[in-house]
Every structure is written in structure tokens, then in C-alpha cells.
Design a protein around this ligand. Sequence first.
Ligand code: DX5
Ligand code: ZN
Length: 219
Amino acid sequence: MKNTLIAPSVLAADFANLQRDIEMINASEADWFHIDIMDGVFVPNISFGMPVLDAINKHAKKTIDVHLMIVDPDRYIATFKKLGTDVLTVHYEACTHLHRTLQAIKAEGMKAGVALNPHTNIDVLEDVIQDIDLVCIMSVNPGFGGQSFIENTYSKVEKLKALITKKNASTLIEIDGGVTNKNAKQLVDAGADVLVAGSYVFGAQDPIATIADLKMITK
Ligand code: DX5
Ligand code: ZN
């Protein structure tokens, strides 16, 4: 039996009732809070920044998983640590010196993650996989919640799982975008460890039951 981690994406929460939604996640079977930071440059959208993460952190009682969709993320590594980040994920496509960035994240005491856009091949991680705590495979183009899942993701997960096994690494595989009860089980069977779900959870009539269902079907 597998303990797949479920990470609701706060991007899909009701920002006018953020404390209520954070407490709802605290009370649920969810494992992590997934926090999407977008700068309007790396992706064509701006989400929210440090003051909002600070407010979230005051109420959140679970692991804070920050997904940076920003250029030059090195500038903010220490700041995100101060704001309570446990796992800090940068985009492969935004880092010229990825190895250095990963070491800087770990030097701050955080887990280091790397996200790959849908067009980016798993092979680019071959020489750095042992330094990565989490790979986030984007199953939509980053920038917006509520998009449809890209089917090619399953084969990317299998390929990444094979690379992790081959290199004897302990990297977690996270899937981000368009996750629902329709694809969750197949993703876990392919090798996924963490499933991010935004609109599927917060758009549900009963988000707590929806999270419980995701936990159950991915065991
Ligand atoms: C997309 C974000 C995702 C998004 C997922 O750029 O990285 O985390 O919030 O939302 P859904 O689950 O609605 O696709
Ligand atoms: Zn995300």
C-alpha cells in the first residue's frame, strides 16, 4: 500500500475567505499545501506573493510546498525560507545554474524541487537527479489553474521513475495540473508520489470528501 501525498493548490481557494479554506485543508486528509507563485514574466499570469504566503503560513499546519514560476528564483531563496517554506521548487527552464540553485535551497534547510514544463524532456535531469528531493512534472502549461491534463504525462512519469531507480536516488515525483479522480490512480501506478489538485478540490461541493476520495483511490 502506498501513501500518496495530496497537495491542494491554494491558487484555487477563495482568497476572500483564505483563512477558512486553509483551516478546511488543515482539517482534511491532505498532506501538503501547494503554493503557486507567478511573476507575470516566466508565466503569463501573476498570482500572489510574500505577504499572502506569510498570512497562509500563520494558519497552515501542514508542509508548505512552494512552486516558483518566476525568473531568477535565486534572489528569493532565503526569503521563502523565512516565510515557512518546507519544499521549494524552481523551474528547470528558469535556472541557468540549476545545480547551484539546488545547493542554495538545501543550504537554507529546505527540500529542493525542480519543475519541468510539458515540453521539457526528463533526460535533462540525468546528471542532477541525485541532488533533487522532488521533481514536479507539469501536466499542464504553468500559469493557470483549471486546465486539462496532458495525457503524455504518464510516459514522462514512467521515464522519470526509471531514471530515479537507475541512479538510486530518493527523489519524489509530483504531478501538477489537471489532476482529478479520473487520472490519479494511473499516475500513482506510473510512479507518482505527490498529486497537486487545485480546481478539482476547491471547486468540489465537498472538498474534504474529495480529498479523502483522492487519498483512498491512490492507496
Ligand atoms: C499551474 C499551477 C498549478 C495549478 C493546478 O500553473 O502550477 O499548481 O494551481 O491547478 P489545477 O489542479 O486546477 O489544474
Ligand atoms: Zn503548481
